[in-house]
Design a binder for this molecule. Structure first.
Ligand code: GTP
Ligand code: MG
Length: 138
């Protein structure tokens, strides 16, 4: 079994898709082991997206992620990391995400693309420790 860190980004909350997205997660068979509505601080957002620092979209990304409440969650299940990435669809909701995925069905914008999911075991451990330190395994 595996854990992954998921965010329902501020656009997903503002557009009232929290129930829709959690429903898809539950239908897939993943367990929710942590779930909280919160507003991300600059510190947490900057650490979360540290790999993108310096890219042209980075300032707007931090402004977006910290600008209004998001839902942070930890999901658990067999191959949970890949399973949620499949549910989410590709980064660009029009060019990459297929219909049937969260981004493919609900999104238009490459930046405001509804959800985040950890992309590897290492990222998941780092991100779970960042958002839910009380759950960190090491
Ligand atoms: P996350 O799950 O949010 O990490 O998305 P991802 O893994 O599909 O994409 P990636 O890690 O490459 O990028 C992180 C986030 O930065 C994306 O989800 C977008 O919100 C934003 N982003 C990435 N590329 C672009 C871009 O070309 N333009 C804009 N505006 N935003 C981008
Ligand atoms: Mg990513």
């Amino acid at each position: 079994t595996e854990r992954t860190l998921v965010l329902i980004k501020p656009d997903g909350v503002a557009r009232r898709h929290v129930g829709e997205i959690l429903s898809r997660i539950e239908r897939k068979g993943l367990n929710i082991v942590a779930l909280e509505l919160r507003t991300a601080t600059e510190e947490v957002a900057g650490a979360h997206y540290a790999e993108h620092e310096g890219k042209p979209f980075y300032p707007g990304l931090i402004e977006f992620i910290t600008g209004s409440p998001l839902v942070a969650a930890v999901l658990e299940g067999p191959r949970a990391i890949a399973a949620f990435r499949q549910l989410a669809g590709g980064t660009d909701p029009v060019e990459k995400a297929v219909p049937g995925s969260i981004r493919g069905d609900l999104g238009l914008d490459a930046g405001e693309n509804l959800v985040h999911g950890s992309d590897s075991v290492e990222s998941a451990e780092r991100e779970i420790a960042l958002w839910f330190p009380e759950l960190a395994s090491v």
